[in-house]
Design a binder for this molecule. Structure first.
Ligand SMILES: CC(C)(COP(=O)(O)OP(=O)(O)OC[C@H]1O[C@@H](n2cnc3c(N)ncnc32)[C@H](O)[C@@H]1OP(=O)(O)O)[C@@H](O)C(=O)NCCC(=O)NCCS
Length: 183
């Protein structure tokens, strides 16, 4: 995969050969070895934090993944994580751990916009895998190495190294790994 080439256009950062005519917000930090397919990912990005999105070494943000980030939001995408065509709705913090895989049409949301309750961070553990169309609701932590089956709705924390499926998602299988295990 080609590494993103960032250029400066009229004093603002942009992605070379971007199909979308947008720019990269200043508060988005992209490691030189990360891949970001298009500035279109940031059309809904409104974070006012000094750093509102961190895309770490070797991470990939593909296929118009949308970062819908409010003024106090922070999205962290860990080393070598791969996020493709997902929607991230963040008013506090959404963290995608190293080596995690987030498939298409996944929604990660730390907030129910329009409701009085405060946002609650969402975290995906190291080397976790979220199947297509799944939804991870506010406050949920998905454990290291866990798998969320396609189109599941995850309303409660998921332990490490299990497969969860359904709505609401329940454990359907144990993967028998253990925390700290590496590739
Ligand atoms: C998560 C997944 C890998 C599980 O595969 P698996 O470990 O082989 O699990 P099984 O097929 O044996 O299913 C185990 C149980 O969970 C259920 N289940 C599996 N996936 C489910 C889903 N998406 N929704 C609801 N139930 C599901 C099965 O019906 C089965 O139930 P049972 O024990 O009552 O018969 C697979 O179901 C899946 O969702 N794949 C999506 C892959 C994907 O998103 N790819 C995109 C590219 S990243």
């Amino acid at each position: 995969m080609t590494i993103t080439r960032i250029v400066t256009r009229n004093g603002t950062r942009a992605i070379a050969n971007d199909w979308y005519p947008g720019t990269l917000p200043e508060s988005v930090s992209i490691d030189p070895s990360a891949y970001v397919g298009s500035s279109q990912s940031f059309v809904r990005y409104r974070s006012e934090r000094p750093v509102g999105a961190l895309i770490a070494q070797g991470a990939s943000l593909c296929d118009a993944t949308s970062l819908d980030v409010g003024p106090d939001g922070l999205v962290r995408i860990g080393e070598y994580a791969l996020v493709t065509a997902a929607r991230i709705v963040c008013d506090a913090e959404v963290e995608i751990g190293p080596y995690a895989l987030v498939s298409w049409d996944v929604v990660l949301m730390d907030t129910y916009r329009g409701r009085a309750e405060a946002p609650r961070p969402v975290r995906l553990g190291r080397n976790s895998w979220v199947g297509f169309g799944a939804c991870i609701l506010p406050g949920v932590t998905v454990g290291e190495g866990a798998i969320v089956a396609a189109r599941s709705v995850v309303a409660a924390d998921v332990p490490a190294y299990v497969v969860v499926a359904g709505n609401p998602a329940r454990i359907v299988r144990s993967l028998g790994g253990h925390a700290g295990e590496r590739f």
